[in-house]
Design a protein around this ligand. Structure first.
Ligand code: F3S
Length: 395
């Protein structure tokens, strides 16, 4: 792979051990994927944060890195959700042992100037790359959003790769960084209008079908931004979709239609209902409802507050979001309404990366296909996938 003079110096260790190691990661990735060069990035988004997923080995690796004063990010870099709500962890029932380790991980990232925002929706809190800009993001749902809705260019980076890119301000130029690799390979035509959990079900169905492909959707009705958040998350979890296009909606759709578009997947109401049924593992009522996968927008929080206003919840509710949205929800009075009904706004974490299996819950209710896909395997709990109104048990 070609390196500029400056990159060569970074690679040879002239700027310290951490930059050298980070360049080695980028060059190794470039070699594997036959990149011809590196490309400058404008932002990074780093996963590998929850103590539940990275454990002591990950913690030690990060603390080692953070000791080197050269290990500082060169571009705006935000962090994925952690394993606990960093402030209300005790109230939610998380152990001090887990939380101590979790705080150490977040602090290590903070020392490296990764902004400890702890959210999977960085695009809702100011990490908003422009169309055509190169970025290195690692949360799969956020990568799908950045590529598809914003028109930025990112591969699905692993946590260490995204951190290396953040430290070097560069990433290997292959895959979705090349315009020729951003065209669709399958048309998906909807035969019915969709809303609510239909988007997640559609994403789950198509992700399973196309795997790493790039679907081109022809929808019958216009989606909301929050619908697309859920669609991309589902596409990226049942498959490995990092980029999709929607006719008339997403920024690159005009150049994305496959020329030999003889392959079309038609999706009707029955297909979506079948997926929804499959995503629930039980017909029992959820004892905990977890919303906000990906992390809730302020509008989603507002809608939940509207449903709950003046009512009492019989099951527990976590509405997962970023600290930024939580702060805005406090100001708008939404937090108070949700708490008065017995629910909670939970920030920094989510139902999948938190050790929720250590709490006393058996059935988790979710309106996200990604969460429905992961809760049984990552938490070992039963899951019910349904619309918010059906999940909430209200007095
Ligand atoms: Fe975000 Fe957790 Fe879902 S990281 S996308 S809320 S599984």
């Amino acid at each position: 792979m070609y390196l500029t003079g400056e990159e060569e110096k970074m690679y040879q260790g002239e700027y310290g051990e951490t930059i050298k190691k980070s360049m080695e990661i980028l060059v190794a990735l470039g070699d594997i994927y036959q990149a011809e060069r590196l490309v400058n990035i404008t932002s990074a988004q780093v996963s590998g944060v929850s103590y539940k997923t990275i454990g002591d080995a990950g913690l030690e690796y990060l603390e080692d890195l953070a000791r080197d004063t050269q290990a500082r990010t060169r571009v705006a870099s935000t962090l994925n959700p952690a394993g606990v709500d960093l402030e209300k962890w005790e109230e939610l029932g998380f152990s001090p042992e887990f939380t101590t380790q979790q705080h150490r991980i977040v602090e290590a990232y903070g020392k490296m100037d990764v902004m400890t925002t702890c959210t999977c929706t960085p695009y809702l809190i100011g990490n908003v790359p422009l169309k055509g800009s190169h970025i290195a993001w690692s949360e799969s749902s956020a990568v799908a959003y950045a590529n598809s809705i914003l028109g930025a260019m990112s591969n699905r980076e692993g946590g260490p790769g995204a951190l290396a890119a953040a430290i070097c301000g560069k990433t290997a130029c292959y895959g979705y960084h090349l315009p020729e690799n951003r065209k669709s390979d399958l048309v998906v035509e909807l035969e019915c209008e969709i809303q609510g959990t239909d988007y997640g079900a559609l994403g789950y169905l198509v992700g399973q079908t196309v795997k790493e492909g790039k679907p081109y959707f022809k929808l019958k009705n216009r989606p909301l931004n929050d619908n697309l958040k859920g669609l991309g998350a589902a596409l990226a979890s049942s498959g490995a979709v990092a980029l999709y296009h929607i006719e008339g909606i997403t920024p690159e759709y005009k150049d994305a239609l496959p020329e030999e578009a003889d392959d079309t997947l038609f999706v009707d109401r029955n297909n979506l209902e079948e997926v929804k049924e499959k995503l629930s593992t039980t017909s029992l009522k959820p004892d905990l409802v977890c919303l906000g996968c990906p992390h809730a927008s302020l509008e989603e929080i507002r809608k939940v507050a509207e449903i709950l206003k003046g009512k009492k919840l019989k099951n527990d509710l976590w509405l997962c979001t970023s600290i930024n949205m939580k702060t805005a929800a406090d100001r708008m009075g939404y937090t108070k309404i949700i708490e008065q009904s017995g629910g909670r706004l939970v920030f920094d974490t989510c139902m999948v990366v938190a050790p929720i299996e250590e709490l006393d819950y058996e059935v988790i209710g979710v309106d996200s296909a990604k969460a429905a896909n992961y809760v049984p395997s990552m938490c070992g709990l039963e899951v019910v996938f349904d619309e918010i109104e059906n999940l909430l048990d209200l007095d």
